[in-house]
Design a protein around this ligand. Structure first.
Ligand SMILES: Cc1cc2nc3c(=O)[nH]c(=O)nc-3n(C[C@H](O)[C@H](O)[C@H](O)COP(=O)(O)O)c2cc1C
Length: 304
């Protein structure tokens, strides 16, 4: 047995494996396949103040070793969430984190303020990196001044654990990680999807209604791993790594690069049991390598 527990701010997680936002719905979708209490946590789908329909179809396209999506934060808004979804989530025996989105700083702030009051939600993930919306999202996460402004404003009203989700669509992601740390975030998560596109040569049309979308899956893993490594060396707060993790070995690579925890995204569409399989795989690896805890291997490639 190895100790898989990790800490992010004041929160203790039973292991470092968390389901990524937008790929696990509200958890219920995966309950037939796994016991959610065996996970470190789940990050439920992107939530906004008002209901959103998302982008027109088609909004998914397959690519070589990855997928493009342009869902555009479809959700029913915070009122519906509070009334119908929160009571179900509050019963889960794992950390449930909400992914927070908005068109404006005021919307991010108001949503965060509402979530601060929900006692069974111990943390939010501030999504300043969604590439699939016309306003907000990545626009905040690719401009240092805007990123600073939105994080500072949310920090004032949100008193629990604040995780900032960073965009890979920037020249220097460490700048945004440092801003997050400076404005009081407890952790950063990276990466969100990489901006991409696909064209159907037979119809001579883009495959997505929005033309561009977010690339996820194994195609982005080397880029994500590089960014996690860079950020882990640039900040002191914990880094949550994700992007193309398909199995335990991938997850371990992120931990070796400096990630305190990992998120599991696109792979859940292929294998809905992958979250718990990755937990077991990390433990097996630690036992085989004779490490008594996961923290002993975190960022080991950066140590002498
Ligand atoms: C269909 C789909 C929906 C997503 N929705 C969200 C979302 O609402 N909020 C968010 O922060 N990230 C969202 N993401 C991004 C993932 O959480 C993750 O950052 C990204 O897919 C990279 O990880 P992966 O390669 O393991 O999937 C979405 C990804 C996909 C594929």
């Amino acid at each position: 047995m190895a100790d898989l527990r990790i800490k992010i701010g004041p929160m203790e997680f039973r292991n470092p494996v968390i389901l990524a936002s937008g790929t696990c719905g509200y958890g219920a979708e995966l309950e037939d396949f796994m016991d959610l209490s065996e996970l470190g946590g789940i990050i439920v789908k992107g939530t906004t103040l008002e209901p959103r329909e998302g982008n027109p179809y088609p909004r998914m396209a397959e690519t070589a070793s990855g997928m493009l999506n342009a869902v555009g934060l479809q959700n029913k808004g915070i009122d519906y969430f509070e009334k119908n979804i929160y009571p179900v989530l509050a019963k889960y025996d794992t950390h449930v984190i909400v992914n927070v989105n908005g068109n404006t700083i005021e919307e991010y702030v108001e949503l965060s303020r509402r979530l601060d009051l929900l006692t069974a939600i111990p943390a939010i993930e501030l999504n300043i990196s969604c590439p699939n919306v016309k306003k907000g999202g990545m626009i905040f996460g690719t401009n240092p001044a805007s990123a600073r402004e939105v994080i500072a404003a949310v920090r004032k009203v949100y008193h629990k654990t604040l995780i900032v989700k960073l965009s890979p669509n920037v020249t220097d992601i460490t700048e945004f990680a440092r801003i997050s740390e400076g404005e009081g975030a407890e952790a950063v998560s990276l990466v969100n999807t990489l901006l991409g596109m696909a064209i159907d040569a037979s119809t001579m049309k883009p495959k997505l209604s929005t033309v561009t979308g977010g690339l996820s899956g194994p195609a982005i893993k080397p880029v994500a791993l590089r960014m996690v490594w860079q950020v882990a060396r640039a900040v002191r707060i914990p880094v949550i790594g994700l992007g193309g993790i398909m199995n335990a070995e991938d997850a371990i690579e992120f931990i070796l690069a400096g990630a305190t925890a990992v998120q599991v995204g696109t792979v859940s569409f292929i294998n809905p049991r992958s979250g718990t399989e990755i937990v077991n795989g990390i433990e097996k690896y630690l036992v085989e390598k004779e490490f008594d805890s996961v923290s002993r291997i975190t960022g080991i490639i950066n140590r002498n």
